[in-house]
Design a protein around this ligand. Sequence first.
Ligand SMILES: *Cc1c(COP(=O)(O)O)cnc(C)c1O
Length: 384
Amino acid sequence: MGTPSWNRVEVDRAALRHNFRQVRHLVGPAVDILAVVKADAYGHGLIPASQAFAEAGATSFGVAEVEEGVQLRQAGITGQIVVMLGVDRQGAEEAVAHDLTPVVYTLEAMEALAACAAKAGCRKGVQIKVDVGMGRLGLLPRELESFLAALRRFPNLFLAGIASHFPKADAEGDATTEEQYRVFQELLAGIQSAGDGRIIHIANSATLMRYPQMRCDLVRPGISLYGCYPADWLQKASSLDLRPVMRFATTVLQVKEVPAGQGVSYGHRYVTERPAKLAVLPVGYDDGYLRRMTGKAEVLLAGQRAPIRGMICMNACMAEVTDIPGVKAGDTAVLLGCQGAGEIRAEEIARWSETINYEILCLFGSCNRQVYYDSEEPATPPVC
Ligand SMILES: *Cc1c(COP(=O)(O)O)cnc(C)c1O
């Protein structure tokens, strides 16, 4: 390994554990929790994040693709690993070999899994994915019965679960979720005899916060485990006390004083109105610090907010520190997270770049080196 990048995404493992325990406290001991660790654990690092959740008691994990599940097994993660996008023929083989639980929604995948399970001499549990209104992956309600009948014809497969997903669980004052849950319940009532030990699940973070009655056997939190709320209004409405996990920091390369009337960065989109002090940072859109945040973004230096001036470049941007005394090359600048009394949250960055907090975490995490630490663990309430 050469010299590490000046940019780093710092991940607080103690905050990951804290957030998992918060969700556990909220849902109680009777509901299982599947920690959603797809997308490199929302940018926090698939394996370190999964290990932190396991330490906090997680025994179920949700990944998008087989390959992520294999990585988890190779890192020694035990328990249930649900492959939420399902498998193709090749994936079926790996799912059987590595004891991953795929969702299924096509006959082809079912046949492939049955063949692999037969070859391996085992019975494979699958979870059926139904679409009760998301308009994404899954069987339509009217297709479920014949699909179940097909499943019963494969002695090497058994029904381990039935899952669905909501499109608008985070929408304030919207009745769609209740309606779709009714469809889901009716569907389940129609197939009571379909197998013992199967688990039913439909709740993402927003659902488990808002609709206790929809937590079923298992909840599937993602964003909340990473210390963010699925929507701003839910932060106020929720009793979950989440701690942000990710901090994105860099190092000041140069501090310079420029006169009034100095154009800054490509296109001279910004021109100083007064003599100004600029801190050059080695962060740009290649590091996930999107060019479209030009004119809006702020960073923390010495715990204070400094506006980014001029166009954000590929690997550089300029923060104005005229009013922040003492900033020098080598200082730490914080793009996301806390420094002193200052804090910049993912939600704010999401507004600057017209997206959602989820995408900011994924982006910063996938563009930068992740480093891990454990902050001091606050007292967490007991499970009730
Ligand atoms: C990503 C995902 C989740 C987690 O959603 P959050 O809003 O991050 O809690 C749950 N279920 C499915 C099927 C998902 O794809």
